[in-house]
Design a binder for this molecule. Structure first.
Ligand code: DGL
Length: 260
């Protein structure tokens, strides 16, 4: 699986917990982060390099695009050219969001790239659920997570400003449509209050991985013990330090990844 940085670790955590027997190779492309403010054509190119590297160099049997922006940039090419299944975060997250609402008023927050792409508007329409959607881009959230600053006054002030349209729309369920945002869930939850259910795509994506591998007969036998490798295109020491705080003890070592 891959992401621009630390965000996809939320998906890695959920996948390791659900499927402890599977090997996971995670690439955080911190050398080229952030993806959310870059042209989607660039992000599509990065996603291709990352996915092919996982297939060719790590013999991946499936790819998890643990990044909403990369998913929003378009996975059709990737899906048609790769010899393995590709699982994204947007479809599972959307399904989970429409299940979580009672009033039918839902929200999605994400990077500028994700929100501007309209990918969630399409994915939620595809669910067929009769909901009204309010979206908001949250530039700055990812940067706080990448700095390891997930709580505090500065994050709260920014959250109050960026979440104002979500509050005004009176939603009862909000999808964290960027894999970095679950690390800010405490602040987001405090700002929006207990009447808003926060939905993270991480768990739903892990379930989608299990379903896909199961359907293809690719799941490891129960009792297997998976190995976990973490790679970064940026500062590997920092990736290990902050990554182990965010993901947990499995991230005790980070290897260097170079785009080719
Ligand atoms: N974590 C990523 C996402 O889900 C992208 C963050 C970024 O690099 O801007 O969209």
């Amino acid at each position: 699986m891959f992401d621009s940085g630390f965000g996809g670790l939320t998906v890695a955590r959920a996948t390791i917990d659900l499927l402890p027997g599977e090997d996971v190779v995670y690439i955080g492309d911190t050398g080229r982060y952030p993806f959310g403010s870059k042209p989607l054509t660039d992000v599509r190119g990065y996603a291709r390099q990352l996915a092919w590297s996982l297939v060719k160099e790590h013999n991946a049997k499936a790819i998890v695009v643990a990044c909403n922006t990369a998913t929003a940039a378009g996975l059709d090419d990737l899906r048609s050219e790769l010899p393995v299944p590709v699982i994204d975060v947007i479809a599972p997250g959307s399904a989970s969001l429409v299940r979580a609402t009672v009033t039918g008023r839902v929200g999605v927050i994400g990077t500028v790239g994700t929100v501007a792409s309209g990918a969630y508007v399409r994915a939620i329409a595809d669910t067929g659920a009769p909901v009204s959607l309010t979206s908001a881009a949250c530039p700055g959230f990812v940067e706080f997570v990448e700095r390891g600053q997930t709580t505090g006054d500065e994050v709260t002030v920014l959250a109050e400003r960026l979440l104002a349209p979500i509050q005004a729309a009176d939603v009862d369920a909000l999808l964290l449509g960027c894999t970095h945002y679950p690390f800010l869930a405490r602040t987001i939850g405090d700002v929006l209050g207990p009447g808003v259910t926060l939905v993270s795509s991480a768990d739903e994506t892990a379930f989608a991985v299990r379903v896909t591998l199961g359907e293809l007969g690719l799941l490891r036998d129960e009792g297997a013990i998976g190995e976990h490798r973490f790679l970064s295109s940026g500062d590997v020491d920092r990736f290990r330090e902050l990554g182990s705080r965010l993901l947990g003890p499995e991230l005790d070592h980070t290897e260097r990844w170079e785009p080719s």
